[in-house]
Design a binder for this molecule. Structure first.
Ligand code: EPU
Length: 409
């Protein structure tokens, strides 16, 4: 099926299991290039981007098999950096991690040709700057004359991808690499922990200042992928929109704090346990003001799902997008459902409006999630096209929503 059909207007009630994090699992997949022998990843999400990442690695010589639905064994001993399947790498942003992982292991890296959600220009300048600081040369493919050397580098802006790439490259050199201004998103921290499991030494784990001492040879490891806080946050935004009571299970509640603080301000009640969060919403949301920022700020990937929920609030909301200036393509589709929105530069203003069912089209992964949320909270039959964009990052979305009583196929 190329679309979701949703009969909305029913409050969501129940519990939903959360999968491993897409943006955590992707760096781990590419980090396996650095390990000798088997890596076994538990809690791997079964989503389009992971299947694509596995295919890229196997086309380049890795062996991979799924031991069960969420356990992936991968062995990259036969991996070579030569023939990049650009038709595949061009479909995802995370294929840029080939650069850091190949540099770390081989001292050279092919130009990967990357893709991913369309937020306008997505430059790699910080990635290349840190590689050059470590002794790599080239502006597309990269090479080193005498291998990588350590360096001290301060990121000019916080970047998840550039931090991941710097860590992957640094894992291959025994000299110390001192990195300041690093991203501290939970999925970056997950990579730091995995690299330690394969033998890399890292000081400052979880902070923005990391010192990495790699190893010439790194071993395989078994590792459990951390939960997806963005997937969990999407379900919480859905219940904020529809009203009801939903428990997201198998999560790290601390990683959801920025969203939970906003949902409390909007009038929802939150209960937490060690690995679950329950949200209660009576369907009467208040308008709120938020600004996205790198961690520990409000995550940009939750801005569209939250915006969809706020279309059902009784007051005006203001959302400033400070990470991706062009992340608003979904707003036009929300307007087709009656949303009353106004763009002022990087700021979206949402005013109360009567929402109605409609046929809309996902513009990107999280923007698509926003449309599904709006459809769930609106009486009548909506259709959300470009389903494959959501399947890249949400495991079994219709099934999980049906667990909560939604009518979606
Ligand atoms: N930037 C630069 N130069 C660079 C790198 C980034 O100017 O060399 C800018 C970007 O243009 C952007 C900002 O810095 O304005 C942040 O970009 P970042 O590098 O942090 O993003 P990314 O690594 O490309 C990852 C996630 C995104 C998520 C962002 C921010 C993956 C595969 N993607 O992208 O996730 O929005 O971090 O948290 O991890 C999604 O899952 O829907 C998604 C888009």
């Amino acid at each position: 099926m190329t679309e979701y059909k949703i009969y909305g207007g029913t409050p969501l009630v129940g519990s939903v299991p959360i999968s491993g994090a897409k943006n955590g699992a992707l760096p781990l997949l590419f980090a396996s290039i650095l390990a000798e022998g088997d890596c076994v990843f538990y809690n791997m999400p079964d989503i389009g981007d992971i299947r694509l990442g596995v295919e890229i690695l196997t086309r380049m010589g890795a062996c991979a098999d799924w031991r069960d639905a969420h356990t992936l064994r991968i062995n990259t001993d036969g991996f070579t950096p030569d023939a990049v399947p650009v038709a595949l790498t061009g479909q995802m942003r995370a294929s840029s991690y080939l650069l850091g992982a190949c540099l770390g292991r081989f001292g050279t890296a092919p130009a990967p040709c990357t893709g991913g959600c369309d937020f306008g220009n997505r430059p790699l300048d910080c990635h290349y700057e840190v590689f050059h600081a470590m002794g790599a040369e080239g502006d597309g493919s990269l090479y080193t004359r005498q291998g990588l050397h350590g360096c001290r580098y301060v990121f000019p802006r916080v970047s998840v991808g550039a931090t991941v790439n710097a860590l992957l490259a640094a894992a291959g050199t025994e000299a110390a690499t001192d990195l300041a201004g690093c991203a501290t998103e939970p999925h970056v921290v997950d990579l730091e922990r995995f690299l330690c499991c394969i033998g890399v030494e890292i000081e400052g784990i979880g902070t923005s200042h990391l010192t990495v001492r790699g190893k010439k040879k790194r071993k395989g490891a078994s590792y459990v992928v951390a939960p997806d806080d963005i997937e969990a946050g999407t379900y919480l935004c859905a219940v904020a929109a529809t009203g009801g009571r939903v428990r997201v299970c198998d999560v790290t509640p601390g990683a959801l704090s920025p969203l939970l603080a906003v949902l409390r301000r909007a009038g929802c009640e939150v209960e937490q346990s060690i690995d679950s969060v329950t949200l209660l919403c009576d369907g009467k949301l208040r308008g709120v003001e938020i600004e996205t920022a790198p961690a520990p700020g409000f995550p940009t990937d939750l801005h569209p799902p939250l915006a969809a929920a706020l279309c059902f609030a009784g007051g005006v909301s203001i959302l400033r997008e400070r990470v991706w200036q062009q992340r608003f393509r979904y707003v036009g589709e929300l307007s087709k459902m009656g949303a009353c929105t106004q763009m002022r530069g990087d700021t979206l203003v949402i005013s109360p409006a009567q929402m109605h069912a409609a046929e809309v089209t996902a513009t990107d992964l999280r923007g698509g999630a926003a449309l599904v949320i709006a459809a769930l909270a609106t009486e009548g039959r909506s259709v959300v096209g470009q389903r494959k964009l959501l399947e890249r990052g949400y495991e079994n979305l219709p099934h999980k929503l049906r667990l909560l009583g939604a009518n979606i196929v």
